[in-house]
Design a protein around this ligand. Structure first.
Ligand SMILES: Cc1cc2nc3c(=O)[nH]c(=O)nc-3n(C[C@H](O)[C@H](O)[C@H](O)COP(=O)(O)O)c2cc1C
Length: 201
């Protein structure tokens, strides 16, 4: 566990989440670490079939946990969740929640939920880690704007023995360049990347 992974979760290339992901990576580097950015939209991830195959892992692991494991790229996205020292997310809010491509991948983590329930040592033995998230939303207001995204991310991370630190949230960020034009966003997001690396020791 010697690298950070940052999941950039927008369907839009070059938008606010992509920029935030790069600032997070810069923060990790400033703290002496190295980070990989994964653009979720670039990966072919098929939806969970709810087929029940993963309900009985029976010692299976890796790609064999899921009936789709050899058919798409979901596992390539999961590998860093198992091995990264620090895990971060930069995501927009879509309809008060996470973007559908990101959520599709999250649904596929049902295989980890099942393996954890079975007590698979390669999963239950992972060290406790803290994950970070930056959320961006176009609306300037809304008490519950980030609640759906945060609760889903929290339970997803539980599969990997991670807890979610209080997310950094930005409202009224809509056009691709909005986050860059706003005072202090860059500093605050870079600082989050630094903290994530420093506190992961
Ligand atoms: C399908 C879709 C749904 C959206 N739903 C919401 C929403 O519910 N609330 C909100 O504040 N903004 C919403 N937005 C606006 C985005 O959160 C906003 O444009 C954000 O900056 C996009 O991030 P990006 O630049 O990383 O793509 C939505 C955008 C899209 C494309």
């Amino acid at each position: 566990m010697n690298r950070a992974v940052i999941y950039a979760c927008s369907h839009r290339r070059g938008g606010n989440s992509d920029r935030a992901a790069r600032w997070l990576a810069r923060g990790v580097c400033e703290a002496g670490g190295e980070a990989d950015i994964i653009f979720v939209r670039e990966h072919d991830v098929r939806p969970c079939l709810a087929c029940g195959y993963c309900d009985e892992p029976g010692g299976r692991r890796g790609r064999d946990l899921c009936v789709l494991g050899h058919d798409d790229e979901a596992w390539a996205l999961f590998e860093p969740m198992l091995s990264a020292r620090a895990v971060l997310f930069a995501s927009p809010i879509y309809f008060y929640h996470l973007p559908s491509m990101f959520k599709t991948w999250i649904d596929r983590s049902q295989q980890f939920w099942a393996a954890k329930a079975e007590g698979a040592p390669w999963l239950t033995g992972l060290p406790e880690r803290s994950a970070r998230a930056v959320f961006m939303a176009g609306r300037p207001r809304g008490d519950t704007l980030f609640d759906g995204a945060a609760v889903t991310l929290r339970y997803f991370l539980h599969n990997f023995s991670m807890t979610l630190a209080e997310p950094l949230t930005f409202r009224g960020v809509d056009e691709p360049g909005d986050i860059a034009a706003r005072d202090h966003c860059r500093e605050n997001i870079t600082a989050l990347g630094r903290t994530a690396w420093e506190e992961s020791r």
